[in-house]
Write a protein that binds this ligand. Structure first.
Ligand code: GAR
Length: 224
């Protein structure tokens, strides 16, 4: 059933294959989340997500950091490019560059990111490897608002997955990714419908401050 109401303008930033973007776009075709993906923007010309965006006739743009003398100027140019599409929401979907204040402040309270760990554990890169090395039994993914602190903004929703004895990085990443495709469209849908917002440095869902994120623990259903 498609949603006849207004759709929220969204810009997606990507660096890689774009499976999260596709998961969101596929759900959006059914009307929830009620979004209009105005553009897909990448720092890498060779991103699979850009190829996919072109194949489905979405606006696709790349802005390579190599053309800029420093990060501040790159961030300012990226912010100007994104702002040109007039998004109400910016989604980072496997965007692998650290965004500085020039970008983050311009879209404060309207930028979401998906990160493959149970934040605040394992900010940064190689999260699956680090979970395995630490011998942890639980792992997962988080959707959070983007603030100046890397992977440090308020977390909206998390999905937990078990770590199995025979897991390697690839098997664990695949189990987490399946849950990413579930929680990211959910969070984007909440934002697009006005249920989720950012205020006073916190995430609010249905007018309640989220002091801890919504947690999905799919061990009881289809995570196996
Ligand atoms: C996802 O696992 C996402 O959580 C991660 O990159 C992958 C992108 O996959 N993002 C980060 O690590 C951000 N720090 P995708 O391109 O198939 O969506």
């Amino acid at each position: 059933m498609s949603n006849p109401g207004p759709r929220m303008p969204v810009v997606a930033l990507v660096s890689g294959r774009g499976s999260n973007l596709r998961a969101i776009a596929e759900r959006a075709r059914g009307g929830d989340p009620a979004i209009d993906i105005r553009a897909v923007v990448s720092d890498r010309e060779d991103a699979g997500a850009i190829e996919w965006a072109r194949s489905v006739s979405l606006n696709a743009a790349t802005l390579s950091p190599k053309s800029f003398p420093d990060r501040d100027r790159y961030d300012a140019a990226l912010a100007a490019l994104v702002a040109g599409f007039e998004p109400r929401l910016v989604i980072l979907a496997g965007f692998m560059r650290i965004l500085g204040p020039n970008f983050v402040d311009r879209f404060a309270g309207q930028t979401l990111n998906i990160h493959p760990s149970l934040l605040p554990r394992h900010r940064g890169l190689h999260t699956h490897r680090r979970v395995l090395e630490a011998g942890e039994r639980k792992h997962g993914a988080s959707v959070h608002f983007v603030t100046r602190e890397l992977d440090g903004g308020p977390v909206v929703i998390q999905a937990r997955v078990p770590v199995r004895d025979d897991d390697d990085e690839a098997s664990l990443a695949a189990r987490v990714l399946k849950q990413e495709h579930r929680i990211y469209p959910q969070a984007v849908g909440w934002f697009a419908s006005g249920r989720l917002r950012f205020a006073d440095g916190a995430a609010w869902l249905d007018d309640k401050r989220l002091d801890s994120p919504v947690v999905i623990d799919p061990e009881s259903d289809d995570a196996a």
